[in-house]
Design a protein around this ligand. Sequence first.
Ligand code: ZN
Length: 194
Amino acid sequence: MSLSKASFSSWKVASANKAEYKTGGSSIKVLTKMAKPGRNDPCHCGSGKKYKKCCQPKDDEAERQVIAQEQAAREERTEARRAQLAEERALDEEFQELVTTSNAATDLVRAGRLEEAETLARDLLERFPHVHDGWDRLGMVHEARGENKQAADCYRKAIEIIRAEPEMYDPQFADVFVKLVDKLDPPGAAQTTE
Ligand SMILES: [Zn+2]
């Protein structure tokens, strides 16, 4: 019995499908087994030998490799996803930390507890130097003390950060601080009015 064209081409189709198994999932074993000749059937290569005496070891090895690659790819995806989730979680926690500290500083300024507010503001500056919050809160502290020029300097720093991080900040967000700076430290005003 010679290998029919039909069964040979179905083998090739099944082999070609292996390339897609990396993304395809669990149908690999079923398809491969279906397409394979039996151990004692003539080999698909046309040698006339029994499959087990001819190409089967090579085919089995190829199949093992595909399965191993598939497994490795799956583990890699799982690991990548896990790392991504961990990173997101860490960022979430960091962001929460930022928001909480920033809000606490605002509350302290409003409560007139300026020393504590300043401590939090400086803490923000140290831990989150690339967000505007630290300078914003420190500006509020100076403003509450009537130290307008120092407050304006803090708000200028906030503006710098906002403009330097266009992916994080809407550029119009800087306008609030520009207005504050104009009010607290108007250009052309005498330097000695504080
Ligand atoms: Zn063969």
